[in-house]
Design a protein around this ligand. Structure first.
Ligand code: IPE
Ligand code: IPE
Ligand code: MG
Length: 227
């Protein structure tokens, strides 16, 4: 398959490296997370122009509860602040917000804010999917359990019950900060996704970095097991 003109429709990012960014600058970790939110904001503003149908962002994993209470609190407060300050921008930029993961398990006030944001952005023409309290193994287990109640458990029936069922197939998975692992993110969806691991720490990741990643993707040859 010639891949010269292929364009990514669905990109996912493991936004890693906020803590190391702060450490290098002798700042508190919370500052790294705050700058990380600013990087997210820039992508939200531009992802329509990049031609993406969906950008999926790993914001908080089901394992991140293991962090100390102060850091978890800081992250939850940043989330509250971000929804309040940026919801109107989502609407103005025609972004449809989607949340994946066990987000109903977050604090009730955050769940309420998210429900409101989901309703107000439902008419958007491209999607930002945010993974909150997300773990891929849990997602697959939930999907398999649902599939089992409805009939035969097959790859198709599991796929239909994943949190991402209504999203286009994943084309490209990016992880920042130099770590080369998936950390329980989109394990099922990554079966044939292209992967890109970059050293940039998340707060330094810009629209130009994303454009570079898309250019890199455009030149890859995908085979899906064929030849
Ligand atoms: C990613 O940055 C943000 C979240 C996991 C919420 P980290 O906080 O993991 O940053 P590092 O990996 O410690 O540098
Ligand atoms: C993955 O990063 C989760 C997010 C980016 C939200 P982590 O920093 O939690 O992953 P590990 O612990 O290095 O594998
Ligand atoms: Mg990390």
């Amino acid at each position: 398959m010639s891949s010269e003109s292929q364009r990514a429709k669905h990109v996912a990012i493991i936004m890693d490296g906020n803590g190391r960014w702060a450490k290098r600058k002798l700042l508190p970790r919370a500052m790294g997370h705050q700058r990380g939110v600013e990087a997210v904001r820039e992508l939200v503003r531009n992802c329509g122009d990049l031609g993406l149908e969906c950008l999926t962002l790993y914001a908080f994993s089901s394992e991140n509860w293991k962090r100390d209470e102060q850091e978890v609190d800081d992250l939850m407060n940043l989330m509250r602040k971000f929804i309040k300050s940026d919801l109107q921008e989502f609407i103005d930029n025609k972004v449809r917000l989607k949340i994946i993961g066990d987000w109903q398990g977050l604090a009730p006030d955050i769940v309420e804010m998210l429900e409101d944001a989901l309703a107000k952005t439902s008419a958007g023409d491209h999607t930002i999917a945010v993974a909150l309290n997300y773990g891929s193994q849990g997602e697959i287990a939930r999907a398999a359990a649902k599939a089992a109640t409805m009939g035969e458990v097959t790859t198709e029936s599991i796929g239909l019950h994943l949190d991402t069922a209504d999203l286009p197939p994943l084309d490209l998975l990016i992880r920042t900060s130099g770590e080369v692992r998936l950390s329980n993110f989109l394990l099922w969806q990554s079966a044939y996704a292209e992967m890109l691991f970059v050293d940039t720490l998340w707060p330094d990741f810009t629209v130009e970095h994303l454009q570079e990643a898309l250019d890199n993707f455009a030149g890859r040859e995908r085979r899906f097991g064929g030849r």
